[in-house]
Each structure stands twice: as C-alpha cells, then as structure tokens.
Design a protein around this ligand. Structure first.
Ligand SMILES: Cc1cc2nc3c(=O)[nH]c(=O)nc-3n(C[C@H](O)[C@H](O)[C@H](O)COP(=O)(O)OP(=O)(O)OC[C@H]3O[C@@H](n4cnc5c(N)ncnc54)[C@H](O)[C@@H]3O)c2cc1C
Length: 492
C-alpha cells in the first residue's frame, strides 16, 4: 500500500473520529484474522483501524477512502469462517462495534431498529425486558453482529421456524462505495411490491457494496416453554423426510439439526466421558435428528408426543433415551466458549483448526453428499469431523450442510490442501444441483471459481458492484477473487 496516501488518509480520519483511528501495530495485528483457516504466521494487516459511532461518521470515512482509493473493510465479531473480514489488500478497517446502539423498540409493531454493530446476544438481553426476542440466532451470537448477519447471510439455530435474517429484516441503511447513506426496504411492513428489492442485494453482500450502519427487524414474543428431543434415523435422507412429514401433519417445529454417523460419534464420545456410561444407540443408527419445540406448555407437550409417534411409527426412528445427550446438543447451540459437547474444540483449536465446506444440497441427495464428502476429504488429506444439516427456511426441510474437517494449519501447503478440499466440495455441490455456500459466503475462498455456480450471471453481479462501488474500494478482493488461488498456483 502507498504509505504517502495512507498517511494523508490517516490524518483526515483523525480529524473525523479523533483517537478512534489508529495505526498502532498491536491493533493492526488484532484485526489481521477471522476464524477462517490460515497458516501459522500468516497475517494480513490492515493499515488503519477506525471506530465510527454513527452513519454520518461512516459517510465521512468512506469519502476519505474514496478520495485516496483505499480499500475499506468492515470488521464485526471476527467469527466469520471465509476470510470476509480480513484485509488481505490492506487498507482501512471499520470496526463496527462502535455502532452499538438500539435506536427504537416499537412494541406495537413488534420491530426494533438498531445500529448494525450491536451483538445479537446484547440486543436480545435488552429485548427480554420487553418480553420480546429476535429469533435470528447463529451459534456465534455472543460475538456476531446484526450487520455481519446481513453481510454474510448466516444460519440461525431457529431457521426452521423463523428462517434467515432476510425473513425478519425490514429495512437497512447502507453507506455505499460512493460515500452516500441510503435507506433501502420498506419502513415497518414486511413487504412491498414497489421499486427493485435493493434490501435483498445487501443480504450476503459481505461489505462489497457498502457498510451497513442501521437495520430494522421484526421481533417475536419469547415463548413460554421449550422441549428438545433427539431421534436416531436409518439414513440421512430420512431426517429430511421426517421433517417434511412432521410439518405436513400440521405440527410446528422450532429447529431441526441432523448429524451424520461421524458427528453422532462425537456426541456419544462426549457423553461417555462426561457421564461414565455408554449411551444406548443401535448399530443401525446412521444419523441423529435433533428437534426443538416451543410455545405454550400444553401445545408443546402435545407436539412432542405427536412428533415422537410419527418419527417412530412412520419413519422407523428411535427416540434417544439419554436426554442429557440431547440437552448437551441444545446447550452447545448457545455457547461461544467450548464445552465437551461442542466438538472438543479446546483441544482441536490448539492443535488443528475447525474448517468447513458449507454447501446447500437438495434434500434427496444428502446420502450422496455424505459419500462424496468422505471421498473428497480423503483425497485432499483432510481429517473428517462430520456433517451437520441445518434447516433454514420457514416450515420446509432444506439442507444447509456443514461438512467439517480438522485443518492442519502448521504449514502453508497443509492449509492450501484444505482450500483444495473446499473447491472440490463446491464443485460437487453444483454437480448435485446445490450451492457452493449457504452461510459462510464467498469471502476470499470462492471468488476464483464461483462462475461455475453463476455462469453469465456473474457479469451482471460485477456491474451491480460497480454501481454501488465504482472505485472498487468496498472489501476489495472478496467475492470476485480468491486469495487462495492467487496465493498458490497449485490450487487452481
Ligand atoms: C464458534 C462459532 C460458531 C458459529 N456458528 C455459526 C452458526 O451457527 N451459523 C452461521 O451461519 N455461522 C456461524 N459461525 C460463523 C460466523 O459466526 C458467522 O458467519 C457470522 O455471521 C460472522 O459474524 P461476525 O460478526 O463475527 O462477522 P465478521 O467475521 O467480522 O464479518 C463477516 C463478514 O461480514 C462483513 N460485515 C461485517 N459487518 C458489516 C457491516 N456492518 N456492513 C457490511 N458488511 C459487514 C465483513 O466484512 C465480513 O465480510 C460460527 C463461528 C464460530 C467461530
């Protein structure tokens, strides 16, 4: 990066936000990574970190970046797994957690308007005082922000009932690469048939069109009661069939997650370690389907009984008798710190890192996806962790699948092998009529080959990017480029 223009930009940024702008090496180091696998010693340092407090400050910061043509990257919780928040082209990093205020709770219309850097858990603690909650909850909700949820369209624990963030998002303010603040979407209604749906363009845009600074979201009452159950199934496709059958019967399910045989063994292993006894699981169990049910107490009790009857009688599944195992699963959905049921991450994170290909597959192809996953992981020398299927559309079985592996990040070559694995898994998803990513986004991983999925559509996407960001300063190097291909010619 040309240090002359960085120095000039830094002086102007200090005029705007004072000591909320810094070039100190320690801060630059702190913002050099997210949770994507990167080899040890690999650091992508931003040149400047700046912490704005409102939309107008973001506008003024963007004007500086625009004038000097310096990349501008939004950084939220830093838990993204696709390198989206990493400034591999250098530039100015906007730390969004200064945008952390709740602007309005409208109880009558059941909406909340927030600044985009608010952490989801912090927002929900405040909403609880009004007996309301935002059901959009990724497992990283203790660190993840509203802006990043829109930016990378992440998955939610409660997706089967409430969908993704787009299902509760009413409008948002974006500061585009032209340094203009624009509110997109209707004010307090859920839909509008006027104009073009610019709000939809922001979802999964990963900061490449602009910085989201505010959002209005629909919230719901906190349910009175909740129950969780686990069912052992004979194959992965049965988990999707079971969900469809339960929904078809008229039952309301709040969340549904399924795990393959490998991941199931994680739960049984952790159970054994924690309780010192063997869980009684039949040999034939090839998958486990975890469900949660919420609402009024009597309705929940009825739903649990009816769901169990359908799963056991019609799907030939078995109810998990060790309820601690099921509660361990539920508990793991609501913690960012690591506990035994959470994939034994304390150890794995010290030695090897968690990495995943996050693919969307048609629900009838789960078995095939699992078989191909085992083959591709072996070919790319990746240690299998297991496959988890999240359901992320309201009231229908869908498959947002995390195909997880342990990544050996001890060397550049080993990490490149992981990205080769991601690439081959992505190609497999397209072959099976699926999608290359359902919750991580393109980040700096998929850009070199996502034409496979979008074909000529990619040309129109580039044009849309130019309308919002004519100087290509917004999260430069993401979505349309792959850092891993450019970094290592062997990975093409
Ligand atoms: C323990 C753990 C559990 C996880 N569980 C889940 C899960 O259940 N479901 C799931 O989908 N993911 C999960 N993830 C992945 C990750 O948390 C999500 O992808 C999350 O959305 C990232 O949020 P963040 O606030 O950390 O964003 P960051 O990583 O900081 O940023 C993510 C992307 O959003 C962009 N961005 C951030 N703020 C803005 C803004 N204001 N405007 C425009 N763009 C912006 C960034 O530039 C970047 O491209 C998990 C990760 C971890 C480490």
């Amino acid at each position: 990066m040309n240090m002359g223009k960085i120095d000039k930009a830094f002086a102007e940024l200090q005029d705007i936000v004072g000591d909320r702008a810094t070039t100190s090496p320690i801060h630059r180091m702190a913002y050099s990574r997210d949770w994507s696998p990167r080899y040890r010693g690999m650091n992508d340092l931003p040149d400047i970190i700046v912490i704005p407090n409102d939309t107008q400050e973001v506008v003024r910061i963007t004007k500086v970046a625009h004038r000097y043509e310096i990349p501008l990257v939004a950084f939220a919780g830093g838990t993204g797994m696709g390198g989206g928040a990493v400034a591999w082209k250098g530039g100015i990093m906007i730390e969004t957690k200064g945008l952390n205020r709740i602007l309005e709770v409208d109880q009558q219309n059941m909406t909340v308007t927030v600044q985009s850097g608010i952490i989801i858990d912090v927002l929900n603690n405040e909403l609880a005082r009004h007996k309301l909650w935002l059901p959009h909850q990724p497992e990283s909700k203790r660190a993840c922000t509203i802006g990043a949820s829109i930016g990378c369209d992440n998955d939610s624990t409660f997706g089967l009932r409430y969908g993704k963030i787009s299902d509760c998002l009413l409008n948002a303010v974006i500061v585009t690469g032209r340094a203009e603040a624009v509110r997109v979407g209707p004010r307090k209604v859920s839909f509008s048939s006027t104009g073009y749906k610019l709000l939809d363009l922001l979802v999964a845009s990963e900061g490449t069109l602009g910085t989201i600074t505010e959002a209005t979201l629909r919230v719901v009452p906190i349910p009175e009661a909740r129950e969780v159950r686990g069912y052992l199934c004979r194959c992965l496709n049965d988990t999707a069939k079971g969900i469809e059958r339960l929904l078809g019967s008229g039952l309301a399910i709040e969340s549904a997650h399924a795990n393959c045989r490998n991941r199931l063994h994680f739960y049984t292993h952790s159970y054994r370690e924690k309780y010192g006894r063997e869980p009684q699981l039949p040999e034939w169990a090839a998958a486990i389907l975890f469900l949660s049910f919420a609402g009024d107490e009597d309705i929940v009790a009825f739903t649990v009984d009816k769901a169990t009857q359908i799963m056991t009688d019609e799907l030939n599944a078995q109810l998990v008798r060790e309820q601690e195992l099921v509660e361990g699963w539920w508990d793991s959905k609501h913690r960012l710190e690591f506990i035994p049921f959470k994939q034994k991450w304390p150890d794995s994170q010290r030695q090897k890192k968690f990495g995943a290909a996050d693919l969307g597959l048609p629900i009838g192809r789960l078995e095939e996806g699992y078989r191909r996953y085992l083959e591709i992981a072996e070919k790319c020398d990746q240690e299998i962790l297991g496959m988890t299927i999240y359901n992320e559309s309201p009231n229908k079985a869908t498959a947002s699948v995390s195909f997880a592996v342990f990544v050996d990040d001890s060397s550049q070559d080993k990490v490149h092998q992981f990205y080769q694995y991601v690439r081959e898994m992505s190609e497999m998803a397209i072959e099976l009529d699926g999608t290359m990513s359902t919750y991580i986004g393109d980040g700096d991983r998929l850009g070199g080959f996502n034409q496979l999925e979008h074909g000529p559509g990619l040309k129109y996407m580039r044009r849309i990017k130019r309308i919002f960001d004519p100087k290509n300063i917004m999260n430069t190097g993401k979505k349309f480029q792959s850092r891993w291909i450019e970094d290592h010619k062997g990975v093409t």
